[in-house]
Ligand binder design. Structure first.
Ligand SMILES: *[C@@H]1O[C@H](CO)[C@@H](O)[C@H](O)[C@H]1NC(C)=O
Ligand SMILES: *[C@@H]1O[C@H](CO)[C@@H](O)[C@H](O)[C@H]1NC(C)=O
Ligand SMILES: *[C@@H]1O[C@H](CO)[C@@H](O)[C@H](O)[C@H]1NC(C)=O
Ligand SMILES: *[C@@H]1O[C@H](CO)[C@@H](O)[C@H](O)[C@H]1NC(C)=O
Ligand SMILES: *[C@@H]1O[C@H](CO)[C@@H](O)[C@H](O)[C@H]1NC(C)=O
Ligand SMILES: *[C@@H]1O[C@H](CO)[C@@H](O)[C@H](O)[C@H]1NC(C)=O
Ligand SMILES: *[C@@H]1O[C@H](CO)[C@@H](O)[C@H](O)[C@H]1NC(C)=O
Ligand SMILES: *[C@@H]1O[C@H](CO)[C@@H](O)[C@H](O)[C@H]1NC(C)=O
Ligand SMILES: *[C@@H]1O[C@H](CO)[C@@H](O)[C@H](O)[C@H]1NC(C)=O
Ligand SMILES: *[C@@H]1O[C@H](CO)[C@@H](O)[C@H](O)[C@H]1NC(C)=O
Ligand SMILES: *[C@@H]1O[C@H](CO)[C@@H](O)[C@H](O)[C@H]1NC(C)=O
Ligand SMILES: *[C@@H]1O[C@H](CO)[C@@H](O)[C@H](O)[C@H]1NC(C)=O
Length: 437
């Protein structure tokens, strides 16, 4: 980690911890009971999501051939423009042109479109975990309130992060989590996005890059921490109704995955992509997303598609919960034959959750700004433009830890998912390198 980032984080930690604690702060850490198990405390009323106009202000950063926009509500990526093979700019992420729509989406049927999710991404079985002999219960928000997804009822995605740094090509958001959603202790979080590009008049063989990095410091107690970016990608730029037949995906290091039950909770086993479901989950070589998707019954009951935690196995098996650059590794490659846009993802994380937009059904709109681009670029084509997000019309990529590793200690993931005042910060670092093929 860069010293300046750490200094800034520590300064922020000092500033926020110097404030008097809010009234609910002491209710969020259950005291150990005599048996080492706390009585289940009543869930603390969560703070309402912040939806003030300041949290919906749009911040834009850019470098040659790449422009990204964000809002503080969820430290959220709202658009990402890169050139296609003909040099025309395309917006390749799902979102809304009108930032107020993110608040409405979170309130109705939260699809977690573009934010940082936390304090603990993905699912927590029975909304319960045991840490140092103490059982913690956190609010349930999924499958009829039988489990927790993406940090609880009001996760980091619905929080009003503060912009602490903003330059032409970088933005940093900060969030002070005072024991939100009954997680133990306070955590200070920074989320930085940077774009850069090597394109110049002398170097048209451009490499264009988005870097995402979160840094989380547990201030007062040991706690699970697993932040993740939750971006919906569509490298076709919505020029096709879905991504099945024109988007190749490769997960070169993912020979193993985590099997889940009908509610997407891990069974505790580790699966082999070569043998499970006749290789349906095998993306170790580039494969069309749609090639085997009809046999991908890995997204819960009565669902067809991918919603799966793929393990990233590094050849060196280096540990990687700090920001050491050596732990960054190429874990994903995706290309669109429609636009020619390619994206290669490097990450320091130990897994990647892939969701193939199985439950999208045309309710979410494609941004009018991108529909307009497609209409202009498609002059004379009388085909009805793709103006809603259809089933399999996108792919969510979440570089993060093993799903529910805190409830599966047999996997040995606790050192990468539990942090405290005496540990290094939790760092989720990824680069998304764009090009064309
Ligand atoms: C926090 O603790 C103080 C002192 O023990 C107590 O008066 C207050 O009611 C507690 N607040 C909550 C929300 O439990
Ligand atoms: C903002 O949240 C408040 C409640 O916290 C709600 O009454 C209001 O309608 C919300 N505004 C928008 C624009 O969603
Ligand atoms: C990159 O941007 C420059 C202008 O900054 C433009 O001339 C060039 O064509 C772009 N490259 C591609 C591949 O679009
Ligand atoms: C699930 O959580 C509830 C409290 O929320 C607890 O009473 C129950 O024992 C837990 N079940 C399992 C199987 O852990
Ligand atoms: C949801 O849970 C409630 C209370 O436990 C139960 O009455 C209801 O049948 C459940 N609904 C479904 C769809 O499982
Ligand atoms: C972008 O920034 C990253 C991090 O500083 C650096 O590793 C990379 O080489 C840069 N890429 C380009 C194309 O300048
Ligand atoms: C017309 O546009 C549709 C949707 O954008 C696309 O699928 C189709 O290939 C295009 N047809 C031609 C002839 O360009
Ligand atoms: C996928 O694309 C190939 C070649 O472009 C075509 O032959 C095939 O019919 C397409 N399949 C579907 C389901 O659209
Ligand atoms: C795997 O393929 C074989 C032969 O095509 C088929 O009989 C079997 O049902 C398939 N198994 C699964 C789990 O799809
Ligand atoms: C399964 O999904 C299909 C299509 O989405 C729906 O028509 C059917 O009712 C569902 N079945 C059950 C048992 O939920
Ligand atoms: C990514 O995959 C495509 C095929 O889908 C391939 O052409 C390209 O070379 C790959 N890039 C990297 C960096 O692996
Ligand atoms: C489509 O998805 C939305 C949002 O998830 C949901 O509210 C709606 O019921 C779905 N519609 C159908 C017909 O399944």
């Amino acid at each position: 980690m860069h010293c300046s980032a750490l200094t800034r984080a520590l300064w922020l930690a000092w500033v926020v911890s110097a404030q008097p604690p809010p009234p609910s702060a002491n209710a969020t850490v259950p005291a150990p009971g005599p048996t080492g198990t706390s009585p289940a405390p009543a869930p603390v009323p969560t703070e309402p999501p912040s939806n003030g106009s300041a949290s919906l202000e749009v911040f834009t950063i850019s470098a040659n051939n790449i422009t990204a926009s964000f809002i503080p509500y969820g430290a959220r990526l709202t658009s990402l423009l890169v050139p296609d093979r003909s040099g025309q700019q395309q917006d390749i992420v799902v979102g809304f042109d009108d930032p107020a729509q993110y608040v409405a989406n979170a309130a109705s049927n939260n699809a977690y479109i573009g934010p940082v999710v936390g304090r603990y991404a993905n699912r927590i079985k029975n909304s319960t975990f045991v840490l140092d002999g103490v059982t913690y219960h956190i609010p349930s928000n999924e499958f009829n309130k039988t489990q927790t997804v993406h940090g609880g009822v009001v996760g980091y995605d619905q929080r009003n992060w503060i912009v602490t740094d903003y330059t032409t090509n970088s933005i940093t958001f900060a969030l002070f989590d005072r024991g939100f959603e009954n997680f133990p202790g306070d955590v200070i979080n920074l989320a930085t996005y940077t774009v850069n590009s090597s394109w110049s008049a002398n170097n048209s063989d451009f490499q264009t890059q988005l870097t995402t990095r979160t840094v989380s410091i547990a201030l007062t107690a040991r706690t699970p921490i697993m932040l993740a970016n939750h971006i919906y990608w569509n490298l076709n730029a919505f020029k096709e109704p879905n991504i099945l037949n024109n988007t190749y995906l490769q997960l070169p290091l993912s020979s193993r995955y985590i099997p889940t039950d009908s509610h997407l909770i891990p069974t505790g086993q580790i699966g082999d992509v070569k043998t499970a479901l006749n290789g349906t989950l095998d993306f170790t070589s580039p494969k069309l997303v749609g090639q085997d998707i009809r046999s991908a019954s890995v997204c819960g009951n009565n669902c067809t598609g991918y919603d799966t935690c793929f393990i990233i196995d590094r050849p060196s098996n280096r540990s990687d919960w700090t920001s050491s650059p050596e732990t960054m590794i190429q874990a994903l490659n995706m290309t669109s034959t429609t636009t020619g846009i390619s994206m290669v993802v490097h990450t320091n994380q130990k897994a990647v959750q892939i969701y193939s937009c199985n439950t999208q059904n045309g309710t979410l709109p494609v941004k009018p700004s991108q529909v307009q681009r497609n209409n202009q670029q498609n002059a004379g084509n009388m085909t009805h433009p793709v103006d809603t997000v259809q089933q399999y019309g996108c792919l969510v990529i979440e570089p993060e830890g093993w799903i529910d590793g805190i409830n599966n200690p047999q996997w040995g993931q606790l050192p990468y998912q539990v942090f405290g005042p005496a540990s290094a910060p939790a760092v989720n670092w990824a680069t998304y390198v764009f090009g064309t093929v």
